[in-house]
Design a protein around this ligand. Structure first.
Ligand code: C2E
Ligand code: MG
Ligand code: MG
Ligand code: MG
Length: 286
């Protein structure tokens, strides 16, 4: 690595590294303050029906409006927040704000094709003893119906405390809340535990979708997962669709839903109503 760098280059490399570490540490300590000052904002990325591209749901994605560094995506802070526990406060705010916003969209347009809001839940947040109660009270505070909420959890959660996780997933579904496995295929427990997990939706990770048009093996693998999911009564959302050809291939496999830049990037809340209006069946036929 240091080869050919020279002494000056090596020193600069070391000081850049130190600088990056200091920046990360700084961000980490600022997370507490960021919660108190409400520095977080949400973008919403549409989830569509592959057959007609109609918007069926939106996923809330958190960003940090940092006072000096500008808008920061989750990559910059979610892991640190998970480590120092601030993810519990951040996640609680995300849940309340996403439900408040969604209820407002529903109230403004009761006939909208928009059926649900997807909210990411980190393992630490889910494992908090009162998580189910938090969800219940967030729904009540927003005046939101449980059917409007889809919680996205990751495969890693299941490995932490399977008994508590299964119990709470059952309690949530008894309320009417639905649950998705996010980034499916990137963890290592995958197919075998799907039988035991009380979930409703699989979100197939982008890394599985990337090569379906160029690799026969990858195409076959995704096709098999979609079929298996269907047999287990799970809905499938394909993540990270960037090309028209991927949409067609997935639709042909029987995958019902998709998300990705091909349809829409994460959007600001003000952009959502017009988008939903534009994808009403009547508008699509016109
Ligand atoms: P995720 O839940 O799998 O969300 C999808 C991510 O992929 C988003 O990145 C989205 O902007 C990006 N994406 C969507 N379509 C495409 C595409 O076609 N191409 C490419 N290259 N990317 C696409 P984002 O917003 O940066 O979020 C990254 C991750 O951060 C999320 O992955 C999720 O794991 C986490 N995250 C986001 N919001 C929250 C939150 O409120 N709470 C928690 N705990 N985690 C969150
Ligand atoms: Mg997600
Ligand atoms: Mg995902
Ligand atoms: Mg993902």
């Amino acid at each position: 690595l240091a080869k050919g760098m020279g002494k000056a280059g090596w020193q600069r490399y070391q000081s850049d590294l130190a600088h990056a570490m200091v920046q990360r540490l700084e961000l980490r300590t600022q997370l507490h303050e960021a919660i108190e000052d409400e520095q977080f904002v949400l973008q919403y990325q549409p989830i569509v029906e592959l057959v007609d591209q109609r918007v069926t749901g939106v996923e809330a994605l958190v960003r940090w409006q940092h006072p000096t560094r500008g808008l920061l995506g989750p990559f910059h802070f979610v892991e640190a927040a998970e480590e120092n526990g601030t993810i519990i406060g951040i996640g609680g705010w995300v849940m309340r704000e996403a439900l408040r916003q969604f209820a407002a969209w529903k109230a403004a347009d009761p006939d909208t094709s928009l059926r649900y809001i997807s909210v990411n839940v980190s393992p630490r947040q889910f494992l908090a003893p009162d998580f189910v109660e938090q969800v219940r009270s967030a729904l009540a505070a927003a005046g939101a119906r449980p059917e409007w909420l889809l919680l996205e959890v990751t495969e890693s959660l299941v490995l932490k405390d399977a008994a508590k996780v299964v119990q709470d997933l059952r309690a949530l579904r008894a309320l009417g809340v639905r649950v998705a496995i996010d980034d499916f295929g990137t963890g290592y427990s995958s197919l075998s535990y799907l039988r035991q997990m009380p979930v409703d939706v699989l979100k197939l990770d982008k890394s599985f979708i990337d090569d379906i048009l160029t690799s026969r093996q990858q195409h076959a693998l995704v096709d098999a997962i979609v079929t298996l999911a269907g047999n287990l009564d799970l809905a499938v959302v394909a993540e990270g669709i960037e090309e028209a050809g991927q949409r067609v291939a997935l639709d042909t496999m029987g995958c019902q839903y998709g998300q990705g830049y091909h349809f829409a990037k994460p959007l600001w809340p003000t952009e959502i109503p017009a988008l939903i209006e534009a994808t009403r069946p009547a508008a699509l036929l016109a």
